[in-house]
Design a protein around this ligand. Sequence first.
Ligand SMILES: NC(=O)c1ccc[n+]([C@@H]2O[C@H](COP(=O)([O-])OP(=O)(O)OC[C@H]3O[C@@H](n4cnc5c(N)ncnc54)[C@H](O)[C@@H]3O)[C@@H](O)[C@H]2O)c1
Ligand SMILES: [Zn+2]
Length: 359
Amino acid sequence: MDLGRVEVPVAPPYPVVAGAGLDLAEILSEELESGVAAILTDSNVGPLHAPTVERALENAGWRVADVVEVPAGEPSKDLAAYAGVAGRLARAGVTRDGTLFALGGGVVGDLGGFVAATFMRGIGFVALPTSLLAMVDSSVGGKVGIDIPEGKNLVGSFLRPRLVAADLDWLQTLPRRELSGGLAEVIKMGLLSGGEYFDDLSRLGAALARDSDALRALILASIRFKARVVAEDELEAGRRAILNYGHTIGHGLETATGYALPHGEAVSAGMLAAAHLARERLGTDLVALHEGLLSSADLPLQAPAVEIEKVLAAMDRDKKRRTGDARHRFVLLEDVGRPVWGVPVDEGEARRAIGAVVA
Ligand SMILES: NC(=O)c1ccc[n+]([C@@H]2O[C@H](COP(=O)([O-])OP(=O)(O)OC[C@H]3O[C@@H](n4cnc5c(N)ncnc54)[C@H](O)[C@@H]3O)[C@@H](O)[C@H]2O)c1
Ligand SMILES: [Zn+2]
């Protein structure tokens, strides 16, 4: 087992371990005291991977009180699912010293984390991310939460997991479009980081072909980068905002298309739009570089035809929630590895940038 281990240096710190053919029982025994566990998963991941995880927990001395499965997909990040999961834990007799294991993508991680943060005012939480997006992004950093009809991620909390463990073999069953979507976040962090991590983006094509060395290198680089950014600014008072690169217009596109456009594809278009904006505002031309990277991960260079005014309206609502300020605030790249954040952008500039990436 070729294992990578990264410690997220917050207080208390927590380990993120990732590798192909992960011996989960051994890792659990090394990292945690055993106790009562519940597993939360979804209807795609559960049938594929929950039985092995349950066995690993038992082999490591845990008692698995329940395995709870929610329907796969974003709609499960809602109040009804939250109530359903909390109810199952209560009925299974999970107590204050229990631990919830979230086995799945970002949906299961965010929902499970929010249940763990609040059930009995907080139980233990372990993230077992199975999607690329969850491995490189959502499982590190402690943001957990659910959606309400008024907006995505509007109810949530910060919660430090006790452990994050990812078996890269889980990615073998991940649909290709989801793999591409996860690579969008990898590209984002490689561009923000620069250096060796950026050089490793030459392996995107191999990662998309599920080459395990390429996946491992990119996943570990992403986890290290995100861990460092999070440790500097856990509650997002400042620099953590750079992780929103491509997400200002990206979220606008997601909302304007009624979430028909997958997150990774929306972020791709958002990054490309930000590159156009940077060319106009900062005189740095990284547009072709962005196009090359996105293409090698099989990500689209254009968002589907959507009314620009709708995207702007969604961005306005998003912005009011975030800042209450009149202008949009963007993360832009002065160069690879040199992000600037909080860059004020007026309506006309934003409109042109969106126009550059909408079909
Ligand atoms: N907390 C954070 O910091 C943070 C950061 C980014 C995104 N998010 C959240 O993450 C969510 C998106 O995460 P996601 O893209 O993982 O979505 P997801 O959890 O819906 O997973 C995507 C799809 O892949 C399937 N899947 C996952 N792993 C699989 C596997 N190994 N084999 C087969 N199928 C598998 C899922 O069942 C689902 O259908 C959003 O709700 C977003 O808000 C949170
Ligand atoms: Zn994202």
